[in-house]
Write a protein that binds this ligand. Structure first.
Ligand SMILES: [Zn+2]
Length: 93
């Protein structure tokens, strides 16, 4: 994996742990739809903030995800961390 690649969510260099994120959740018909590679912590944040149906209906582009205020705060906070930084996302559900 090249270090040139950036996470499309937080725009920091990609580093482990990272995951393939389905823009449309596979369980909502997105199995064969485009995926992006994100930091694990970035994907968990998306899944903590948006329900799967919301991801399918609207929040399936990084631009739309970043319209959310909580996501903006998260990325602002995350930008100060190392690319390898990971901690388990606390779910509000
Ligand atoms: Zn990221």
């Amino acid at each position: 994996m090249s270090t040139e690649e950036l996470c499309p969510l937080c725009e920091r260099p990609l580093a482990e742990p990272m995951v393939k994120h389905h823009l449309i959740p596979p369980s909502k018909g997105g199995k064969d739809m485009p995926t992006v590679v994100l930091h694990k912590i970035c994907q968990e944040k998306i899944n903590a903030v948006f329900e799967l149906m919301e991801q399918k209906r609207y929040y399936h582009t990084m631009e739309r995800i970043m319209e959310n205020e909580e996501m903006q705060k998260f990325v602002k906070w995350l930008k100060k961390k190392d690319p390898e930084f990971y901690e388990k996302t606390k779910s509000k559900k």
